[in-house]
Design a protein around this ligand. Sequence first.
Ligand SMILES: Nc1ncnc2c1ncn2[C@@H]1O[C@H](COP(=O)(O)OP(=O)(O)O)[C@@H](O)[C@H]1O
Ligand SMILES: N[C@@H](CCOP(=O)(O)O)C(=O)O
Length: 357
Amino acid sequence: METFTIRTPCSSANIGPGFDVIGLALSIYLELKVTIDRTKKSSQEPLNCRITYEGQGEESGEVPLDPAANLITRVALYVLRCHDQRAFPVETHVHIINPIPLGRGLGSSGAAVVAGVMLGKQVGGLHHLDDNRLFDFCLMIERHPDNVGAALFGGFVGTYLNPLTPEEVARVEIPLSEVLPAPAGGLDTGERPPEPPLGIGHHIRFTWAKEIKAVAIIPNFQVPTAKAREVLPKEYPRQDVTFNLQRIALLPVALGQSPPNPDLIYLAMQDKLHQQYRQKLIPGLGEIVESMSPSSQEGLLGVCLSGAGPTILALATSNFEQIAERIISRFRKENIDCQWLILEPAEGTKVIRPENS
Ligand SMILES: Nc1ncnc2c1ncn2[C@@H]1O[C@H](COP(=O)(O)OP(=O)(O)O)[C@@H](O)[C@H]1O
Ligand SMILES: N[C@@H](CCOP(=O)(O)O)C(=O)O
């Protein structure tokens, strides 16, 4: 019996102005406990894979247990099929432990994609795929690099895409339905899916000052990332783009300085490219972001929307409970309940094998 665990952190993307660029891996972990029983000759399970699940959305059953429908196993199958393996090895059991809240802007889907790519590599024995190549596979599915970059590489990262040839662009823009295997009921045509072009995405690691903690205030409703991207404009006024460029040049420097400079961080976390448009999906967001600053709230460095929301991320050095309570009370006025957590920067995705295996 072969067993191993894949551990992937959640993430907070953007951190204000770094829309689709900056990501921070944080300390809530998706875990896959994988067992492969190679003594079996055949399997009754679809695609030779049994999925069990515990964690967020367990009662509502919103995470499918069919390997042809579950995001993690579909992504693993994509990697396998690019390498002429049509199914999981006989017989694979994937137990998913997922404490990352779904659809809240903490990168649950990014973590699922990264864990899925790693699962494909491990069960397929595809040891030649290094993390940079796995990043390419992730980008064929999650088409912005910030949250998957953080979940794969860990820490505080800047991510960017290479210029691609027109032929490669066409390959990257292929509809998701042609990349991922068809959900339950779809026929396996036996065709090889399109492989990612080489070196689509890259990352650079930034320093994170040890004093800074991330307070996540998580409202009790979901905003699907796809919906939060639909509300964004196709074009922006030049002054808004310049505003973000000025801030993004400051942000990694400001968050790496020890001791942190609250006024600089507050300034560096302002955004004009996505947060104001997402207000219509997240009642109270505008007021929260505009009303809280280091001068009005001791210990606070800055506040932003986490990923596509609705979670609010407050960066702070002290008074975490008071900061969280102030944001929670604003959401309460909208009849929205929240939970809150203090999170730390996290390591990237790891495969953990039992000793002497
Ligand atoms: N552990 C998981 N296993 C399978 N599917 C998952 C998992 N985590 C997230 N997903 C899928 O991703 C969706 C949420 O993605 P998205 O809207 O991008 O929000 P988020 O901001 O949490 O990434 C879930 O509704 C579910 O379909
Ligand atoms: N840059 C993306 C990040 C989405 O992250 P998620 O964690 O909400 O999936 C965006 O802002 O749309």
